[in-house]
Write a protein that binds this ligand. Structure first.
Ligand code: FPP
Length: 250
């Protein structure tokens, strides 16, 4: 978490109520390519800047007392991007694991990668295993990076795992409920996001956390991800605190 540390808004802004902050924020980090184009840079530079933004929002969550952040870094559909872009992103993830681990330990960050990790390059899988193992007991914030993640695919693999247990006679179909199902999702052990932020104006979920966002508040901003700073995050949290969350009740 070394790059671009924001010196502004270190403390929780006075207009935000600490006990009404989301416990878990999820982000769809969209607009990196457009940001780069606007600067006359290749698309990949948008992703590089996007990592700096992500690190600062992670630190901000920690500073302000938000216990979990999940970022959509690479979807199952993103393999369809140009090979150089896919390779660049894989290298970014690997470098992140390698270079940020020490600081993540110091900052007490628990790193999780969620998605179908077995399809990722072997060298990246090793770095992911190391990052998750070394940080698993850290408590200040749970930082989940959705990599080769697809919400539908996550649900299907959970169904398969449960079906296999039924077939072996380990569980009865009657025992399948929401709590059991959640144990088979990549996100098992965490809480659902209270707030889902999408940058760059698109009003879509894009196959992200389909099960988990059932009752999340959605917030879309036109700001491109690399420009999403603490002030923009503050606005998102203010909007969240103005929402009336009824969870289907009146
Ligand atoms: C969407 O913007 C962004 C992505 C598909 C990749 C996001 C990844 C990062 C920010 C890197 C995260 C890195 C780590 C280490 C966790 P886009 O490229 O689709 O933007 P566009 O819609 O403007 O083209």
């Amino acid at each position: 978490m070394t790059a671009k540390p924001s010196t502004l808004l270190r403390e929780l802004p006075a207009d935000l109520e600490r006990d009404r902050l989301p416990k878990h924020v999820a982000v769809i980090m969209d607009g990196n390519g457009r940001w780069a184009k606007k600067q006359g840079l290749p698309r990949i530079m948008g992703h590089r800047r996007g990592v700096d933004t992500l690190k600062d929002i992670l630190r901000c969550c920690k500073d302000w007392g938000i216990g979990a952040l999940t970022a959509y870094a690479f979807s199952t559909e993103n393999w369809g991007r140009p090979l150089e872009e896919v390779d660049f992103l894989m290298t970014l993830f690997e470098r992140f694991c390698d270079q940020e681990l020490k600081e993540m330990m110091q900052e007490d960050v628990c790193i999780r990668f969620v998605g179908n990790l077995s399809a990722l390059p072997n060298s990246l899988q090793l770095e992911i295993e190391r990052s998750m193992a070394e940080t698993q007991h850290n408590k200040s914030i749970r930082f989940s990076i959705a990599t080769n993640y697809g919400g539908r695919q996550e649900i299907i693999q959970a169904c398969r795992a449960i079906a296999a247990q039924v077939k072996q006679g380990l569980i009865d179909p009657e025992q399948i409920n929401e709590a059991l199902f959640e144990q088979h999702l990549y996100t098992a052990g965490g809480c659902d996001p209270d707030l889902l932020i999408r940058t760059s104006g698109e009003m879509r979920i894009s196959n992200f956390l389909l099960w988990q966002v059932a009752y999340s508040e959605l917030y879309v901003t036109n700001t491109l991800w690399p420009d999403f700073d603490r002030a923009a995050f503050h606005q998102a949290l203010s909007a969240f605190q103005q929402r009336d969350r009824r969870f289907g009740k009146v």
